[in-house]
Design a protein around this ligand. Structure first.
Ligand code: G3H
Ligand code: ZN
Length: 283
């Protein structure tokens, strides 16, 4: 069933688990995500970036995801991932998204607040919740020195101010997480996460969770992370599986036969994440 992310994240916050937010670009990835959620009886967010909308069609992709959500036996929210501007948010609302991220984290603090407030006003008028981010994701590059790394992370005091000033519903934090695969083992700053959790009451979001070891994810969930974003590991499973299949079956030209194992591989990844996030059986 199609729901908003607010009910999902508030339940996660209350019961100490995290809802998986998985990126889709097409029909195949959407099937894999929703089948995994149904198999694990877990609530989920299926998220679409502006790049995915451009690739698959601003109207088409949300339509596919909305249909999948309505048919699903578990609660599914459709989330705009890293909304780059007000116009994209408006397009997403018109397309039926039930959850919005406005990412203005690269802007100076006051501009970030102003951009998020504008989106909050529009979204809340439609009962659609909003995620915002403060700090910059990074830390993947080995040459980043500690002081630079810390300077880019979310500051607990600023997080408090940001929530109050901008009035959004979920806060994405930068605690040593980064998009894409990590070079070496990532080290999340758990003291920083605990300090943010102590001061901020809205549900917290962890981006860049592909490649973070399971034990660190478990700890992040224990320390209050309620939404966890996964994209890269899904892509990796899909493409690597297809590459192997095509190498072993060079004469196969039926896309259904080629994509089938890729869909199964993605489903396996999503099911594992749902277990680690402790959202299995929460639907
Ligand atoms: O917003 C999307 C996620 O933060 C993706 O992170 O590259 O680690 O899968 P990932
Ligand atoms: Zn992200």
């Amino acid at each position: 069933m199609l729901v908003t992310s607010k009910e999902l994240l508030l339940d996660a916050q209350k019961h100490g688990y995290a809802v998986g937010a998985f990126n889709t670009n097409d029909l195949e990835i959407t099937h894999a995500i929703v089948r995994a959620a149904e198999a694990k009886k877990a609530p989920i967010l299926v998220q679409i970036s502006s790049g995915a909308m451009k690739y698959a069609g601003v109207e088409f992709l949300p339509m596919i995801v909305a249909k999948a959500a309505r048919l699903a036996s578990v609660p599914v929210a459709i989330h705009l991932d890293h909304g780059p501007d007000f116009a994209t948010v408006m397009k997403a609302l018109r397309a039926g998204f039930t959850s919005i991220m406005r990412d203005a984290s690269k802007l100076p603090y006051e501009d970030n607040v102003a951009e998020v407030r504008k989106v909050v006003e529009a979204c809340h008028a439609l009962d659609v919740p909003v995620e915002a981010e403060i700090g910059r994701l990074g830390g993947a590059e080995e040459h980043v020195v500690v002081s630079e790394r810390e300077a880019s992370m979310s500051d607990p005091e600023e997080c408090v101010r940001f929530v109050e000033d901008a009035g959004f519903d979920f806060l994405a934090v930068a605690i040593g997480n980064a998009h894409g695969f990590y070079k070496g083992e990532p080290k999340l700053d758990f003291d920083r996460l605990a300090a943010i959790r102590d001061k901020v009451s809205v549900p917290l979001v962890l981006h860049g969770a592909s490649g973070i070891p399971d034990h660190q994810i478990t700890k992040a969930v224990e320390l209050g992370i309620c939404k966890i974003n996964i994209d890269t590991e899904i892509r990796n499973a899909f493409i690597r599986t297809i590459q192997k299949f095509v190498a072993e079956n060079p004469d196969q030209i039926d896309p259904r036969k080629v994509f089938g194992p890729g869909i199964e591989a993605m489903q396996t990844v999503v099911e594992h994440k749902i277990e680690i996030f402790k959202s299995a059986g929460r639907a």
